[in-house]
Design a protein around this ligand. Structure first.
Ligand code: ATP
Length: 511
């Protein structure tokens, strides 16, 4: 056992590619415990670490790994042309459901990426992930279950180390000392962000659905990309769906696809976003906006891993990990009847709250530094920096639009500086008057011009949620008035995307 563990740890220290580590782990397992141990480990560890074990299986599959299977499973596999070596077992039969479900038809055989496996006639023990999913095992290993426990622990430990090593290799946290990175880099040195990145690295390797929660502009999309890059699915697509932008009438077909003639205009078969994400990750942004009818279908897919194209007779299997995000309280939506409770529970198996910018301390200035540098390069300036007073103002401002708002504030201030005559050779310093945070605050916390007492009272009474919504309503109205009902400009002033402003206005009953 120690030999196996030390091999794993040596491999980790040597930073071997994961495929090599897995290959060596498979060899060690075979050497120490025989073939069946791998499958048993998979079964044992499934709830702890499916990915490492999937990796083993993939590796084992690639090398036509041999395994003994339960007789009833063997019978199913045999219908697909796979012959399994089997034993007499009186162990409980875990395949009943499967057998009923697939009665009379050959079980489709796929590798773990969902690609159909070409099975040779008499190759005994050719193994499929489908087979493993229903729990293939070996009587010999079953008898010695306890002996495998440390191995499972080692696999779990390896998974954590591996996730950490990968997070470090990917540059889990950018620091001020590092050169300004590519566009998609996550910047942050606060404890809140370090904790978050660690959590992402740990959960990335599991197949659990993840729900990213946080205010608008905190970086949910950015973190969803990081999660995908850290996961074993990183070689496949991450498909982004903005649920708020899906017209209700097309949402189902967009997600699940349709067949020719399913509705007028369906002139040919078309796969949906689930199929586009095959083997990878589907990122359901603004999931709270999904129409109720589509929520029911999504729930079914999450439950059984199948989708049915609109108008199709039969479902088809998909191998997709779902990551969802929302800036709304799904719980409240459930309470108000706008979101299905069962879907909420499915999606929120692993909720990850992303802290607002105002809780990230010095990160505000770190991020401001990146945006300054980006604007300096874009505008061709020699130097662009903040005055001390501006830094102080950025630190104090509550950033309701979070990182996106900060980005917009800096871009706007830089442009203003140039429009006021700054030239390329100048060392440009942005003072508070250019940042204009006072104006932004006024929009968010306006003193009503005709301070109707009733309106003020509305802002100060009711539940916290009602008060917040009253403030939001006021802020949106003021911003729209200030920009002659130009939604794009009002959205910019509020640090929002226009689409998000429309959504917010709808939710607040302003549209
Ligand atoms: N930690 C960060 N480091 C660098 N850039 C960031 C960070 N967080 C967010 N950003 C940037 O802020 C902007 C908004 O981020 P993103 O779109 O991911 O937010 P969001 O939470 O998904 O917003 P919404 O709920 O409005 O869709 C993007 O340009 C993103 O690159």
């Amino acid at each position: 056992m120690d030999a196996v563990l030390s091999l794993l740890l040596t491999d980790l220290a040597a930073e071997l590619p994961p495929a090599v580590r897995l290959q060596r782990l498979v060899s060690s397992l075979r050497e120490h415990f025989g073939c069946g141990a791998v499958a048993l480990l998979q079964r044992e560890a499934e709830h702890l670490r499916p990915v490492a074990v999937d990796g083993l299986v993939r590796d084992a599959l690639g090398r036509r790994f041999e395994l003994q299977a339960h007789p009833r499973l063997s019978a199913i596999l045999a219908r697909s042309g796979v012959t399994c070596f089997h034993h007499d077992s009186t162990l409980p039969d875990p395949y009943d459901g499967l057998i009923d479900e697939h009665a009379g038809e050959p079980l489709p055989v796929h590798d773990c990426m969902g690609v159909p496996v070409a099975v040779e006639g008499e190759s005994w023990g050719a193994l499929t992930l489908d087979a493993l999913r229903v729990g293939t095992f070996d009587a010999r290993a079953q008898a010695d279950l306890q002996a495998l426990r440390p191995l499972v622990e080692a696999a779990v430990r390896m998974s954590r180390l591996e996730a950490q090593a990968r997070a470090l290799r990917l540059g889990g946290v950018d620091t001020a000392e590092r050169p300004v990175g590519e566009e998609g880099d996550i910047l942050g040195q606060s404890e809140a962000i370090a904790r978050l990145l660690h959590e992402l690295a740990v959960v990335a390797d599991s197949e659990l659905p993840v729900l990213l929660l946080g205010e608008t502009g905190v970086g949910k999309e950015l973190f969803a990309h990081r999660l995908h890059r850290l996961s074993r699915r990183h070689g496949r697509s991450l498909v982004h769906v903005n649920c708020a932008a899906l017209p209700e009438s097309l949402a189902e077909s967009e997600l699940f696809g349709h067949v020719k003639g399913a509705f007028s205009g369906a002139v040919s078969d078309r796969p949906g976003r689930f199929e586009a994400a095959e083997g990878g990750t589907l990122f359901l942004d603004e999931v709270g906006e999904l129409p109720l009818a589509v929520q029911a279908k999504l729930l079914r897919t999450l439950q059984n891993g199948e989708i049915q194209r609109l108008g199709a007779d039969r479902p088809r299997r998909v191998d997709v990990r779902v990551v969802a995000a929302t800036n709304r309280s799904l719980r409240e939506l459930v309470r108000d009847g706008g979101f299905r409770a069962d879907l909420y529970h499915r999606l929120s198996v692993y909720p990850i709250p992303i802290p607002p910018l105002r809780e990230r301390g010095h990160d505000v200035l770190l991020l401001a530094g990146r945006f300054l540098e980006r604007n300096r390069a874009r505008l061709g300036l020699r130097s662009l920096r903040l005055s001390t007073a501006s830094e102080e103002a950025l630190r104090r401002y509550p950033w309701p639009g979070n990182v996106r708002e900060l980005e917009h504030v800096i871009s706007r201030a830089a442009l203003k500086a140039v429009s006021r005559g700054a030239v390329r050779t100048d060392l440009v310093t942005l003072g508070p008057e250019l940042l204009d945070l006072e104006a932004a605050s006024a929009v968010l916390d306006p003193v009503p011009p005709v301070a109707a007492e009733g309106a003020v009272a509305a802002l100060r009474s009711g539940s916290l949620r009602e008060q917040v919504e009253a403030c939001q309503r006021q802020a949106v109205r003021t911003a729209l008035d200030a920009h002659a009902q130009n939604w794009a400009q009002a959205a910019r002033a509020l640090g929002l995307d226009a689409s998000n402003l429309h959504k917010l206005a709808r939710r607040l009953g302003l549209k």
